[in-house]
Design a protein. Structure first.
Length: 157
């Protein structure tokens, strides 16, 4: 009987130890989960505008590379910053051999440009390779900046 009591006691002790480890692991997991939620939640930023524009700006800041992040750091995009981003996009495309026409300022305050070679009628025919190169430059240098610029302008109208 003593041996059986010892075995039972040993099993009970192991179960207690196992239960204690489960509790500790559970607490550690809960703390880690709360930490992840806190890290994933956007912190209130004094530079972000209110409302949906602030959400868009915050997401753009999170996704931005160094070039666009510098422009977006203060939570807004002025015309000179917008122009700088578009100019960087066009310079990148030109460096890749894409002929660019423009930019010119439209009547509604946007910079417009086209890509490719002018034909005899003064039109610029579409070119899939040039479009791919231009798109890569746009993503790198001005996509997020232009999204914020556009959203700011929509909010004003």
């Amino acid at each position: 009987m003593t041996t059986l009591d010892g075995v039972v006691q040993s099993i009970v002790n192991r179960m207690r130890t196992f239960a204690a480890h489960r509790v500790v692991r559970g607490v550690v997991a809960a703390v880690a989960f709360v930490g992840l939620i806190a890290a994933a939640s956007p912190a209130a930023d004094e530079n972000l505008p209110p409302g949906r524009l602030g959400v868009l700006v915050g997401r753009a800041q999170d996704a931005a590379n160094a070039f666009q992040g510098e422009i977006l750091a203060d939570g807004r995009v002025d015309f000179d910053e917008y122009r700088r981003a578009v100019d960087a996009t066009l310079r990148c495309a030109r460096d890749k051999g894409v002929p660019i026409v423009g930019p010119s300022l439209s009547s509604d305050g946007y910079l417009e440009y086209s890509y490719g070679a002018l034909d005899d009628d003064g039109d610029v025919p579409a070119d899939a390779i040039a479009l791919g190169e231009l798109n890569a430059c746009w993503v790198e240098f001005s996509r997020l900046v232009e999204e914020v610029w556009d959203a700011q302008r929509d909010q004003l109208t």
